[in-house]
Design a protein around this ligand. Structure first.
Ligand code: 8GP
Length: 715
């Protein structure tokens, strides 16, 4: 039995606060907000255990808790004096005040939210913004009650019951197990944050007249969308502003960005659960929905199927609240994260809403921060860029990177560029050798796919392509072998613990690696490495050392994708489908400077309709057969994985795209042989990456969505 546990040679581990692209996007955006002097705060949960640590035992993924706070966190400041009571369960009663009736929520349970601040300094400015994270603690009342009755054990149990709320980050970003705890987490986060925002506002204002001028709240995905109802509840029930005024404020301050394409990725909360945990919120949601339905009737008459589709409340076996519909109804802007995503929102996912409110819908193409993804993770490249541009100003003004275009064919720059790549490849090769014992050749093309493991991201397409390459090498004569471009294929990513097929893909990577890496007849021509426990620190090491990177999701499934932008900034060439942000990357760097493949978004539905009769190349049939026949062992285990791509069940169209995938890979080989051409493409990739800085995204949000301006620190 072999077991791989590995620690990176970095001084501190990652803050395990997120699952994948969405969380990392927020981190980039916080850096941009601080650097561009925007007056912004981020709110989140201080998870005791963030995303699990992935260990590999005999090629299988196992999950272990990540004790990221075990040795403390020197960057955070505990604010014991900033804490709020968060209520759950209970009943709603009527109260008369100043001759009017009001609802009062009498909670059944109260938990304390304590603030931990994480200052985020901007680059080249004195501005620092704050990321305030909430930790759940038992409320004083609880302990006192138990103490008084002498029930010491209950006091301890209650303590744990409270703390569990901020204990664990749900590791699956697409399934919603543990619905009650998840909803509790969401409301805990939202309630504490809204209390904090309103308290800070009231510290300097006597009334709410300027609230909409001073506050803009951005909701990322539906997880914090209860904030909308919470503001409505506080303004209506507690501040007694009246429904219309409260509603007017809510509609002006909230904007919503969705980060998914799959309709099933949009949260639905069972009405029973909402009613039991948050009884007053459910009433408010019903009231909002009633008014919305009245509006629809006026606009569309008796079109009941449209009403049913758009309603915030979904009828059915399990009556549920559609959190996306709620967000769209209440927010003044709905954003997508790339142009392709925006088109899909308009024409498919939220078509009815787009018909009703076309001006609400916009998109802000995602971006990443060059300060982390070039300056911190690739200091050698950073130095070369600054030298050739004659300035470091690009670190704050990414548009300057375009200046490298003029030197893309310059022999001196090309040489320095290649030297940087070599240094980074050496670093990566050492890491690979330490973790897997496999020695890789620096002359090989480092071909990388690192991201969460998901069927739509098609790591399986990559592995099947590697099997094909292996198969070809095995059948070559000596003279043909000499023409093969050596490859080091690197795959990394975590599978959600309950996602069986994703876990099988990880096992297949290991099974294929075992065979290929130990085949003396193949040698340096092909190596496959699975990097365990993929996280931000790993990405910082792997991305600068990559030659080629794969972003091969089935077109129409990746909302944006931000990994591609990090590779692009680091001069790695992309092998990609025209999905998510890639479509805009093509416009910036030109299709000639990357390797495009696969069906386009508009072609996917017709291919799916063809089912089993879709044209699939023989090479595809052969490589799947090799897996099925047990060529890599574990014949029975891989059967269900093979079933997902054959016999009309190939929903993600691996078979249909396979020929095109192999062609793109062959084009990459051909380009790599000509190092001058390759280096030019690489320089053009970096120089064309400016549009994909989160600085640009944040400026667009500030101007078009939040209506805020930079606010320079006066000291
Ligand atoms: C991710 C998208 O999958 C990715 O394409 C995008 O680049 C990233 O967000 C940032 O916008 N989406 C999610 O992680 C996501 O929507 N998660 C929730 C469904 C749970």
């Amino acid at each position: 039995m072999s077991c791989l546990v590995f620690s990176l040679p970095f001084k501190e581990g990652d803050a395990a606060l997120g699952n994948g692209g969405l969380a990392r996007l927020s981190a980039c955006q916080m850096d941009s907000l601080a650097t561009l002097d925007f007056p912004a705060w981020g709110y989140g949960l201080r998870y005791q255990y963030g995303l699990f640590r992935q260990i590999i035992v005999d090629g299988f993924q196992h999950e272990q808790p990540d004790y990221w706070l075990n040795f403390g966190n020197p960057w955070e400041i505990e604010r014991v004096q900033v804490s709020y009571a968060v209520k759950f369960y209970g009943t709603v009663e009527e109260e008369v005040s100043n001759g009017s009736n009001y609802k009062v929520w009498i909670p059944g349970e109260t938990v304390e939210a304590v603030a931990y601040d994480n200052p985020i300094p901007g680059y080249g400015t004195r501005n620092a913004i704050n990321l305030r994270l909430w930790a759940a603690k038992p409320s004083g009342q609880y302990d006192l009650e138990s103490y008084n009755t002498g029930d010491y054990i209950n006091a301890v149990v209650n303590r744990q019951k409270a703390e569990i709320i901020s204990n664990v980050l749900y590791p699956d970003d697409r399934s919603y197990q543990g619905k009650e705890l998840r909803l509790k987490q969401q409301y805990f986060f939202v309630s504490a944050s809204i209390q904090d925002i309103i308290r800070r506002f009231k510290d300097v204002h006597d009334n709410f007249d300027e609230f909409t001028e001073k506050i803009a709240l951005q909701i990322n995905d539906t997880h914090p969308s209860l904030a909308i109802i919470e503001v409505m509840r506080v303004l209506f029930d507690e501040e007694h502003l009246g429904w219309d005024k409260a509603w007017d404020i809510v509609c002006k301050i909230f904007s919503f960005t969705t980060h998914t394409v799959q309709p099933e990725g949009l949260e639905k909360i069972p009405v029973d659960l909402m009613g039991s945990l948050l009884p007053r919120h459910l009433q408010i949601i019903y009231d909002i929905n009633y008014k919305f339905m009245e509006e629809l009737k006026k606009k569309f008459g008796q079109d009941y199927s449209r009403h049913a589709r758009m309603s915030i409340v979904e009828e059915g076996a399990v009556k549920s609240i559609r959190m996306a519909n709620l967000s769209i109804v209440c927010c003044h802007k709905v954003n997508g994260v790339s142009r392709v995503h925006f088109e899909l929102l308009k024409t498919r996912v939220f078509k009815d809403f787009y018909d009703l409110w076309p001006l609400k819908f916009q998109y802000k193409t995602n971006g990443v921060t060059q300060r982390r993804w070039i300056v911190v993770s690739n200091p050698s490249l950073c130095a070369v860029i600054s030298k050739w541009l004659g300035t470091e100003a690009w670190v704050r003004n990414i548009d300057l990177l375009a200046g490298l275009r003029d030197y893309a064919s310059d022999a001196d720059l090309q040489q320095e560029w290649r030297m940087v790549k070599k240094i980074n490849k050496m670093r990566l090769a050492e890491y690979i050798e330490t973790l897997s014992g496999v020695k890789v050749s620096l002359d090989a093309m480092f071909d990388v796919q690192i991201k969460r493991i998901h069927e739509y991201k098609r790591q399986l397409l990559n592995v099947l392509g590697i099997i094909h390459r292996y198969d070809c090498i095995k059948s070559m004569n000596e003279s043909d072998r000499r023409k093969v471009v050596p490859r080091v294929c690197i795959i990394g990513g975590k599978a959600a613990p309950g996602y069986e097929i994703a876990k099988k893909i990880i096992k297949l990577c290991h099974a294929v690696a075992e065979k290929v890496n130990n085949d003396p007849g193949v040698g340096d021509l092909l190596k496959l490495i699975f990097i365990p426990d993929y996280n931000v620190s790993v990405a910082e090491l792997v991305i600068p050392g990559s030659d080629l990177s794969q972003h091969v999701s089935t077109a129409g499934h990746e909302a944006s994708g931000t990994g591609s932008m990090k590779f692009l900034m680091n001069g790695c060439l992309l092998l990609a489908t025209a999905d998510g942000s890639t479509v805009e990357i093509i416009e910036e760097i030109g299709a000639d400077n990357m390797f495009l493949l696969g069906a386009r978004v508009s072609e996917v539905p017709a291919l799916r309709d063809q089912g089993a009769s879709v044209r699939v190349p023989l090479q595809f049939v052969r490589v799947v057969r090799m897996v099925r026949d047990g060529y890599f062992g574990f014949k029975d285990y891989f059967e269900s994985l093979c079933d997902t791509v054959e016999n009309g069940k190939d929903f993600y169209l691996l078979g249909a795209d396979f020929a095109s995938y192999l062609e793109a890979q062959a084009a990459a080989d051909l380009a790599f042989v000509n190092q001058e051409k390759w280096t030019r493409m690489s320089i053009l990739s970096t120089s064309g990456s400016g549009r994909f800085s989160s600085d640009r995204t944040i400026e667009e949000y500030a101007e078009q969505t939040w209506g805020i301006e930079p606010c320079k620190c006066p000291f």
